[in-house]
Design a protein around this ligand. Structure first.
Ligand code: FAD
Length: 453
């Protein structure tokens, strides 16, 4: 008998397991594939390892300007692949060791159903006071192009294949599509990126940000087609012929379908569990499902599909399970980042979203091209924006398209979470010269007190 059984060893599940074991609960973690889940094995980590390799190539190729004297710079995909797989195996091993050291029982099995106090797996039946469902999500294909494991591929394949295709059609310009298009175009592959909606990264609802990334992909010679959908694929010999709406025909070695993912919620009987129309398990702000003692976290419990959202919910669930006085889940302060070139990070509301919610807001934007560190390091693309409620200057969100956006967004996330005001960001002294100076500068623009603009 366990105190907690957690199903799924991704960032939601393993963080819940580490936390519950740290707090003294007898914990089991059921995982059918690999500890680390999508994030460590076929998601966040391998893509970032690949993108690091391509960014080294990009820097070196532009290095002459900064004094690098090197001829015939080329890219060794075998070495990059080795870096990716070593990174993944090192981090997975690290998590397995942490779980073992905390005394978590890792049960290598597939859960087939859950009910109050009972997890039925293919080879085990586990009893526990509490169950956390953290089964994540999987790639979904579309009727015109079904995954065939060879020519029409998912991101799982894209990040594990040793050799990149010479040419590829990427269908869907969301986060995954844009990151893969960035990688392949950076290493010289022929990329066509097609998006059904009017702009790339459409879910960000931010035309300025989409334009920065579309421009950067075009500089890498990727073809970006928006407002077009895939109608049909035909495999002809070694190539795939893809027919797009409007009559375009694209011929490539492979097609990546990156149009979306679906929750892995089959173990939660829809007649018992409340689920939304897409199959996510519905939870309250403490991650409780409608069944007492059963919790759901991470991708299976709804969007945004982000590893740090899953681990945030893991901490909330374990804490609530123990009856601790805990913060409720706060998705408004969960940042996201697209690891394009430059990166795009955002948290909370942008001006359009604020308007849609009837919030009168003010905002300020500051370009990287006016930041000393960015200019001295040749990273002048993009801008930072801070959005605040007009009435009291409370920071409602921020968007950064530019170098190190993944780091810079942290300060704005903190401001959103703590309800800080524009004045707090503007008056906080930042290192000079540093990229993070774009934040007080943007806050000052919003306040109508621009300094370097
Ligand atoms: P998952 O990581 O999906 O893990 C679920 C686990 O449950 C899996 O290991 C699965 O095998 C197991 N499982 C499922 N069903 C069962 C069962 N019945 N029995 C036993 N085990 C089961 N997010 C970011 O924050 N940053 C990024 O940079 C980023 N990049 C990404 C890149 C790609 C290509 C992809 C695909 C995703 C990326 N994501 C990123 C999203 C991120 O990976 C997910 O949001 C995150 O992994 C979700 O964590 P999770 O714990 O909910 O589930």
């Amino acid at each position: 008998m366990y105190e907690v059984v957690i199903i799924g060893g991704g960032p939601g599940g393993y963080v819940a397991a580490l936390e519950s074991a740290r707090k003294g609960l007898k914990t089991a973690l059921v995982e059918e594939k690999k500890v680390g889940g999508v994030c460590l094995n076929v998601g966040c980590i391998p893509t970032k390892a690949m993108l690091y390799c391509s960014s080294v190539l990009t820097s070196a190729s532009g290095g002459k300007r900064y004094g690098l004297a090197a001829e015939n710079i080329s890219f060794d995909e075998n070495a990059a692949d080795r870096h990716r797989s070593l990174t993944v195996s090192k981090l997975v091993k690290g998590i397995e060791n942490l779980l073992a050291n905390r005394g978590v029982d890792i049960i290598r099995d597939t859960a087939v159903s859950v009910s109050k106090g009972k997890t039925v797996c293919k080879n085990n039946v586990l009893e526990s006071e509490n169950i956390i469902i953290a089964t994540g999500s999987r790639s979904a294909d579309i009727p015109p192009a079904r995954f065939d494991g060879e020519k029409i591929i998912s991101s799982d394949q894209a990040v594990t294949e040793q050799r990149s295709p010479e040419s590829i059609l990427v269908v869907g310009a969301g986060v995954i599509g844009v990151e893969m298009a960035t990688y392949w175009s950076s290493i010289g592959k022929r990329v066509v990126l097609v998006e059904m909606l009017g702009s790339i990264l459409p879910l960000l609802k931010d035309d300025r940000v989409s334009a920065v990334i579309a421009e950067s992909l075009k500089k890498k010679k990727a073809v970006v087609l928006t407002g077009k959908s895939l109608e049909k694929c035909e495999i002809q010999g070694n190539m795939v012929k893809s027919f797009l709406s409007g009559g375009d025909v694209v011929e490539t070695e492979k097609v990546l379908i990156a149009t979306g993912r679906k929750p892995d919620s089959v173990i939660a009987d829809p007649l018992v569990f409340k689920r939304d129309s897409r199959g996510h398990i519905l939870t309250d702000d403490l991650c409780r499902t409608n069944i007492d003692g059963i919790w759901a976290i991470g991708d299976v419990a709804g969007e945004p599909y982000l590893a740090h959202k899953a681990s945030h919910e893991a901490e909330v669930a374990v804490s609530a399970m123990l009856g601790e006085k805990t913060e409720k889940k706060n998705l408004a302060a969960v940042p996201s980042c697209v690891f394009s070139d430059p990166e795009v990070a955002s948290v909370g509301l942008n001006p359009r979203e604020a308007e849609e919610r009837g919030i009168t807001c003010i905002w300020g934007e500051f370009p990287f091209s006016a930041n000393g560190k960015a200019v001295s390091s040749g990273m002048i693309e993009g801008f930072a924006r801070i959005v605040a409620r007009k009435e009291d200057h409370a920071v409602m969100g921020g968007q950064i398209a530019g170098a190190s956006a993944d780091l810079l967004i942290g300060e704005i996330s903190l401001a959103v979470r703590l309800g800080l005001r524009l004045e707090d960001l503007a008056r906080t002294v930042h290192v000079h010269p540093s990229l993070c100076e774009v934040i007080p500068e943007a806050a000052r623009v919003a306040l109508g007190e621009p300094l370097h603009r």
